[in-house]
Design a protein around this ligand. Sequence first.
Ligand code: ATP
Length: 320
Amino acid sequence: MTTTHTQTDGPAIEVRDLRKSYGEVEAVRGVSFEVMRGEVFCLLGPNGAGKTTTVEILEGYRDRTAGEARVLGMDPAHGQRALRERVGIVLQQSGVQTDLTVAELIEMYGRYYSRRRPVDELIELVELGEKRNVRARYLSGGQLRRLDLALGLVGDPDLLFLDEPTTGFDPGARRQAWSTIRSLCDLGKTVFLTTHYMDEAQHLANRVAVMNAGQIIAIGRPEELGGRDLRPAEIRFSLPDEWSLGDLPDLPCERRTLEGDRVLVLTKEPVAAAQRITTWALEHDVDLGHFSVSQPTLEDIYLELTRSVQENEPAQEVVR
Ligand code: ATP
């Protein structure tokens, strides 16, 4: 059996006051976080926030200017083989040899690892069975990304870095990729994900960190990020022409207003408010249209957080 010196307990990733400057540009300015084993951790942020720099330091592709970084208990800057064996990386741009078939590529990449997953198992995992013997140059964009995922998993890594893994996927393929990624965590793998898709972060991530201008401005579970769970719920509906906002009964709410032709009620007691609105409507035979109750989405919170920093408000770290 091959032994490695990677730790099997403790966080998968630990970062303390990480800094990186490119000449005058301070791309990463004192970032600290931990990623637990078996979790999907998602790094979000606008273009130029410092995500790629952070990830590439953790992958061992870039040196840091200052701070501490540990990946599976090892310093990625030292580039040990033991670490490379335990980490899988799926980049946005794959550089596979397009004249080789799916099976040949997985077989070839597997030779770099002492521990590896069987070719057929990987092909099944990424649902490329029908393309097993097709050359990479004849795969669609989405199929190529799935092949990339299989190649990232070929060494049976404990930690997988995924950079925008579903760009170019059709909706069905995205759902399938999400389920594959989640099943990796059920096997105890850790996934470090960067994406610009908020629904992907919402669906996959146990925790999300939002980076802006080289700093982490919020970190937490997707449903709690930036106090999302404490925000008022939004009840929306339309009233028939003969009824107006003033006709509604007293409601437990922060605010009620008109948004176009829809009523918007902001409330921290959505069940009670919805019950009063619907009881009133039934008693008065009022036909409420498009009735919905929702919480602010992850995208709403993300845009709010990143916008407030861009508008030069003081950056507040919201740790949940
Ligand atoms: P994106 O979402 O666009 O990929 P990002 O969050 O990954 O952005 P980085 O690529 O880490 O951002 O870049 C952070 C900052 O560092 C940017 O201002 C960028 O211009 C700068 N930068 C990145 N790489 C270099 C480099 N090799 N030399 C000089 N500046 C760089």
